[in-house]
Design a binder for this molecule. Structure first.
Ligand SMILES: CC(C)(COP(=O)(O)OP(=O)(O)OC[C@H]1O[C@@H](n2cnc3c(N)ncnc32)[C@H](O)[C@@H]1OP(=O)(O)O)[C@@H](O)C(=O)NCCC(=O)NCCS
Length: 169
């Protein structure tokens, strides 16, 4: 299986909705995404990504051969943090556990470091999200600490971990 990242196309909406319409995925993301997650929601997301500022939003579909299996993005921060950017991702449940996300993270970080002036990419998984923490470690991110009680998700306070990758470090 060849894992890649590429720009979104509107026709990806069906595959995107199939992958993201899953509580096990939504439970590990920030709030705000609808459930059920419909093709219309997917189309709105793709349109937003295609019209976003190209210097601030680096959003890609994750592909396995030619199939859409997930979504990955790096989003530039503002003000004094403008050379810092946040990474987020998910993969459809049937594809978990094959190293695909780790490969996609490596690819998007190389793309952003090679094509922008961003020098720090960070991610903040829930401490309980062992799979995501492992992905970041395998992709070379360093854990910089635990952000205690940093989120209130599904009625519970959650610790989060701060992972970062520094260009050329
Ligand atoms: C997190 C997620 C992206 C991982 O995708 P993936 O393609 O399965 O990731 P990879 O296969 O590259 O790596 C997963 C690693 O976590 C490990 N892992 C999985 N579940 C685990 C668990 N419960 N405890 C410990 N390690 C675990 C795997 O064994 C693997 O490590 P290994 O290669 O050393 O064996 C996927 O599970 C997902 O989409 N989850 C929901 C959304 C989400 O959490 N997004 C990130 C928000 S910060």
């Amino acid at each position: 299986m060849v894992i890649g990242i590429r720009k979104w196309k509107l026709e990806d909406k069906t595959a995107l909705a199939e992958n993201l319409n899953n509580v096990k995925i939504l439970d590990n993301l920030r709030d705000g995404l609808p459930f059920p997650y419909t093709e219309k929601d997917a189309e709105d997301f793709i349109r937003a990504m295609l019209s976003a500022d190209e210097d601030k939003t680096f959003a890609f579909a994750v592909t396995a051969d030619d199939k859409i299996i997930g979504s990955i993005g790096i989003f530039r921060c503002g003000n004094i943090h403008y050379r810092t950017a946040e990474l987020g991702y998910y993969i459809g449940e049937p594809y978990w556990g094959n190293g695909y996300t780790t490969e996609a993270v490596r690819q998007i970080c190389s793309y952003v470091f090679d094509n922008t002036d961003i020098i720090r990419i960070f991610a903040e998984p829930f401490e309980s999200n062992a799979a995501s923490c492992r992905v970041l470690e395998k992709a070379g991110f360093a854990c910089e600490g635990v952000l205690r009680c940093n989120a209130f998700k599904n009625g519970k306070l959650e610790n989060m971990k701060m992972y970062a990758l520094i260009k050329d470090a």
